[in-house]
Design a protein. Structure first.
Length: 94
C-alpha cells in the first residue's frame, strides 16, 4: 500500500524596516492561502487589497503603533484583518 501525505505549512511574511517586504501589498501579492502577513509598527500610505486570498493580515504590535493611511476604501473580501488604525477610516467587510 502506498500512502502519500502532503503537508502545507503557512508562511509568515513580514512587512517593515526589518522585514522581507517594504509594502503591505507586496507581501499580500506573494502570500498564498493560509499565510500570515505580519506588519511591523509604522504608518503605511497604501490601500491593501486582499484580492480574494484567504490570508491573515495582522499588525505585530496592535493599532496603537500601526496605521494604514488608505487613499481609498479597503474592501475586506476574504481572510482576516486585525490590529490596525485606519486613517481615514475606510473599510468595508463583504
Amino acid at each position: 500500500m502506498l500512502l502519500f501525505v502532503s503537508v502545507s505549512l503557512a508562511a509568515t511574511l513580514t512587512v517593515g524596516s526589518s522585514g522581507a517586504y517594504s509594502t503591505i501589498n507586496s507581501a499580500i501579492s506573494a502570500a498564498q492561502a493560509g499565510d500570515v502577513v505580519e506588519v511591523q509598527p509604522g504608518v503605511y500610505a497604501e490601500t491593501p487589497t486582499l484580492a480574494g486570498k484567504n490570508i491573515t493580515l495582522v499588525s505585530r504590535d496592535g493599532p496603537w503603533t500601526t496605521t494604514i493611511a488608505a487613499s481609498a476604501e479597503i474592501v475586506l473580501d476574504s481572510g482576516t484583518f486585525e490590529g490596525f488604525t485606519l486613517s481615514p477610516a475606510y473599510a468595508t467587510a463583504v
